[in-house]
Design a protein around this ligand. Structure first.
Ligand code: NAP
Length: 282
């Protein structure tokens, strides 16, 4: 006989949240693994965030994802924060522990690195310098992921230069801030380029970057997934560079969260990609 304890609930908390692709991803894996459970949208206004988080254990949730605008605020409200999430300064995942306490995690860096590993298996962290354009929330996760993989040099450039300087000082190690007008020259000798700005996203201008200065074997990566091929990726493809879009990061960041809630580390397969791609048509 079915037992309520075997029925697992999870969801994504945001405001607004209706656009989220996370239900498609997690419900695909629930079905794929024959699990009993559901992943639902949790529209929660900022003023109600603390109450909503504290209700998770009461309502029998295994945890939830967090999206705009809750990722930074929720970090201050949970009972413990994993070290990488503390470095990133935001959480995208909450796990309800057996005693009802809440652990905050950030899986975006994992998502970025594992999308590279799946789609460009020849990429090696030690193959050369990385150039990261942008110094917003997503850049923090990408930086943490690249540093933890041992990338020897990371050139960070942001339109608002002070943000890149502060972030380079905070992360330290291989990260070096590059003035915005020197971003083109910073591409020389690089092995990886990552766009973490919103430039090139549907409805935005394209990223202004002289790609011809980048070695032709350097991997060009854009974390944007609408559109799937940004103008940056289209230019890189025409120049002969290998490219990778942001869909893989979106799919892979969901894997450790699913594992924490449902006890299975799922894979990113062709059927899941096709299902999510179908929701991205513009
Ligand atoms: P954010 O914190 O608001 O940061 C936005 C970044 O874009 C900042 O570095 C900002 O520079 C830069 N920017 C904005 N307008 C610009 C312009 N006109 N010229 C140059 N730079 C400009 O946003 P975020 O959360 O980091 O997200 C950034 C992008 O990543 C979005 O497109 C988002 O969809 C995507 N993303 C993808 C995933 C995934 O799973 N694939 C995950 C998270 C985010 P300033 O500091 O100068 O304003």
């Amino acid at each position: 006989m079915a037992n309520d304890r075997h029925y697992k609930l999870a969801g994504v908390m945001g405001w607004p949240v209706a656009h989220s692709r996370s239900p498609v991803i997690h419900n695909h894996w629930i079905a794929e693994h024959g699990l009993r459970g559901a992943y639902v949208l949790l529209p929660v206004q900022p003023d109600n965030l603390e109450q909503a988080l504290r209700a998770l254990p009461v309502l029998g949730f295994a945890g939830c994802n967090l999206t705009i605008p809750h990722k930074v605020e929720a970090l201050k409200l949970v009972d413990r924060v994993e070290p990488i999430a503390a470095r990133i300064g935001a959480i995208n995942t909450i796990v309800v522990e057996a005693d009802g306490s809440l652990t905050g995690r950030n899986t975006d860096g994992f998502g970025y690195i594992h999308s590279l590993m799946q789609e460009q298996p020849d990429w090696r962290p030690a193959s050369g310098p990385a150039v990261v354009i942008g110094a917003g929330g997503a850049a923090r996760a990408v930086l943490a992921g690249l540093i933890d993989q041992g990338v020897p040099e990371i050139r960070l450039s942001n339109r608002s230069a002070a943000k890149a300087q502060d972030m380079a000082a905070e992360f330290g190690g291989p990260v070096r801030a590059i003035p915005w007008d020197e971003r083109h020259a910073a591409l020389e000798g690089a092995a990886l380029l990552v766009n973490t700005t919103n430039q090139g996203m549907h409805g935005e201008q394209e990223l202004d970057l002289r790609l011809d200065l980048l070695p032709v074997d350097a991997l060009v990566s854009d974390i944007i997934y609408v559109p799937m091929e940004t103008p940056l990726l289209a230019s890189a493809r025409r120049l002969g560079n290998p490219t990778i879009n942001g869909l893989g990061m979106l799919l892979h960041q969901a894997r450790p969260a699913f594992e924490a809630w449902f006890g299975v580390l799922p894979e990113v397969g062709a059927a899941l990609r096709a299902k999510v791609e179908a929701t991205l048509a513009i």
